[in-house]
Design a protein around this ligand. Sequence first.
Ligand SMILES: [Zn+2]
Ligand SMILES: [Zn+2]
Ligand SMILES: [Zn+2]
Length: 657
Amino acid sequence: MPKFQKGHSYGFKAQNLPHNKGKKSRQEAYIPATYKRLSSEMTDLVNNPPSASEREEMVQRPGNYHLLRPRGDACKSEVENHQDQNFEQLLHLGKTGALWNQAFRSHQEQNPGCNGSLTWNLATEERRGLATRMGLKCGVCPFTSKRHNLFTEVETSAPGRKPASLNYSLQVGLSQTPLGNDGMRKILLSTNTPAPSRKSLQKTSNKVLAKIETLNTADMSRRCRQLVDVNTIRGQESPQSIDVQCDGMYNNPLYSGVGETPFQPATQTVYSVAENVTAKHQIIKLITKNKICSKHGHLRDAASANHSCSPGECGANLPMQHTIGDEFTWAREGMAELLCEDGIEVKGVTTDPDSSAGRAADSLFKDGLYKVKPVHYLDTRHLSESIRKSIKRDEKLLQVMPCRTKAEKTKLLHNFALDAVDRCTAEINQAYDMYAGDGHKMKNKLSYAVDAIVQCYMGDHALCRKHSLVCNGGIVNWVSKSTYLGSTFEIPHSSENEDLLRACISKRLSPAVLDKTIKNSNSQKVESFNRTLRRSLPRNVTFTRNFAGRAHSAAHSSNNGPGDSIRSLCAGVGCAIPSGGSVDKSLQDIQKNHETSKKYQKSTLYKTKRVVKRKKLYKLYEKHQEEIKYQKNMMLSESRARGKMKRHSEHNYSKYD
Ligand SMILES: [Zn+2]
Ligand SMILES: [Zn+2]
Ligand SMILES: [Zn+2]
């Protein structure tokens, strides 16, 4: 800064001009603002045009009303709201009766002359989830009764206030439906019943579902011990070794993300092991894996840097980067647990053709944990399905199909694949029944059947009469009876065609494949368990905290049946349903219906009906397709005719000629 000098002065210079010199001021016309107070809903609608520019325009517009802040709804206290006592409530009948009787008596004792009527004293109500603790009061005199628990209590040995059994058993029921706590609240509120808060419901479900998991684990262990007993009584040399079938289920499809996202979209899996010792195929082990942390909503991290939940707090038990489709590890874990906790050794595993559970059993044998090398069987249904697909894709077979156009050939090959697989399955089932599962005799018989089937599809039934178990080779034979093939179906006779056919029949009937399916067991039961599992863990809701508990609840229901499962789980969490009551009877009915329908589904009547229904549907579809084809042809010939008439016009139909 320059030094101060004499004569230096600050301030405006004399010749500075004012900013508005020579300008005329113009006053804008004053438009009085119009004010309006709307309801909060209307205010919201008016104030939110779809784009920011429109809002700007609206503010500038002269006719625009100035909106005042909407008034809040008149705030009534909850007590006042309840004053009219106009809502529903779940109360224990006996305890409510006792409360009224006692209140009548003490009201008379206190104020003998009062003839006021008693009402619920909602001001002092103590709500515990669905249950409530309430007293009564007189409408005239100041009498109030003592409060009573209008619910049954859970029998616990823990100190402190006993929880209402209603809240516990509600969670048992919910765990076997697709509903979560929010769904339950909706149902209650729609019936004009005050619903418990989300938080209290969540707290109870955390407690109850942990208990269900323990109960089901104990139940599965009991079933394992029972299996050993069964094997002992059957006279098995080593009753501890059993056959199992394994399958995994995921909350999202395992592979749908491939090509778009590098990771697998599935975040939760239930791997189930079912016994193959009895026809019940009970679930004896569940492995649940969950990547989603229920507390923080993120996927569980590897180094646990972001994840600091203790095991009891959150449901995640698998780091985010771990492959969820790692069936080998889950199967190994399940089998190892079976061995350590229940002493069960796996001697045979039935799985999908693409599963690695067989390798898992092998690895336990290699580690010296199993004494006998386990055998890996293939599930017949999945195997048939994959063979059907491979026949459908066979290019060489496509060429030999007896029809003209490529489209017809493709369709016929599709049908042929269905029929060929059916034929193989039928032959195997017959042989299985005939030789009572004797592998050696079955393989011998079926090796001849391969030749018979090959000749059969080429129109020669001479071998069928000798070796086939399902085609008697008469005028009414397998091919003429077939739903999928026309009665005149016949593949031209040549040695190349014979080789082609033999190759595709051998996919199912070769000795090596028969060895893998010698038990003739399919994973029908595990699949039906997967349906039960879907009921508890639906696709549209992700249960994070209680994922494992819900899976165990489903397994318990599958093992015990729907009625008995509810009854024993309720008893297990300390709120047993009294036997002999109407609730008990309803549960018995549910159980009985379930058993009857299961028995019916196993009956031959049901199975034949199903086959007949499928054939009918197939015929219907064929007919429909033919009608469509006919109509198309009609339209085509019409347009062809039109095309000839209107050759001169600009519409050119010549491509149809
Ligand atoms: Zn009174
Ligand atoms: Zn967590
Ligand atoms: Zn035949």
